[in-house]
Design a protein around this ligand. Sequence first.
Ligand SMILES: O=C(O)CCC(=O)C(=O)O
Length: 289
Amino acid sequence: MNAISNERAGRRVRGAEIAPEAAAARALDEIYADELDVLKVQRAMDPAAIGAITSRLDALAPAAQWARPNSSMPVQDVQLLGADAPATPTYSAPRGVTLEAYLDSAQRHEGDLERLFGPGFDLVGRIERTLARFAGGRPVRLARSADGRAYAPCTLRRMAPGTAIAIHHDYHYDLALYRELGPMLDRRTLVSYVFTLQRAESGGGLDVYGVTPTTPDAPKLPNGFQWDAAAIEARYDRRRVDCDVGDLFLLAAGRCLHSVAKVEGPRPRITLGGFLALDKAGDAVVYWS
Ligand SMILES: O=C(O)CCC(=O)C(=O)O
């Protein structure tokens, strides 16, 4: 019998989970060093403070305010507040928008989420202080354009029942909107930060796969650009990360393919997140969404 034949191809997904106050100052260094792929941090934000927002969200942010750049693909119609042109490909802009369009969207929505959460919540301050716990003593700075315009710090994402996020990675530095930011960053990877604000009744878990953008022969569909989810599930390692309200995950999203399972039941899944990277000198953490 050949024991190897039962092993999955490719790499293992390296994950860790830490308690609310646990120290993990080297987490970003470990992610960059390819020693850690995903870190779940329990209750990184206070669930009661979050509940005070999510329970009123329909009144605070009526349906018409949410941007829907993926609405032409209903099963992946993730709704957004805080930007209408995110720093990712979408079905309305498959190669991402231009840098000018991205910055215009960030400017149009500047302060929207801080106002929605209210002054007592200090949304951006909270995000920066939380990310700083994992930054090895480095300052955490919002990305800015050469002429000083702010990138969007985060987006609020609502996934209605029946929606999912297909397998993808976020190694997006070659998109036009990264023209300025990309060269300023340490591009070994790109990290997603995502806080859970409301869980789906079931489903909605994050799946992280032992497949990278450069894994040889990683299975794709015949159209040549979509990943073959069934073949990836069958052949490669997978780690499921299920988050409760207030939990945060940091994911090497530029390195590991990942997806979000279909949201089941009547309650939408709501998250708040963005991306971050070390700057080129390794002296600061830069974040944007
Ligand atoms: O919403 C999530 O859990 C993951 C979103 C995502 O794909 C990412 O942040 O890279």
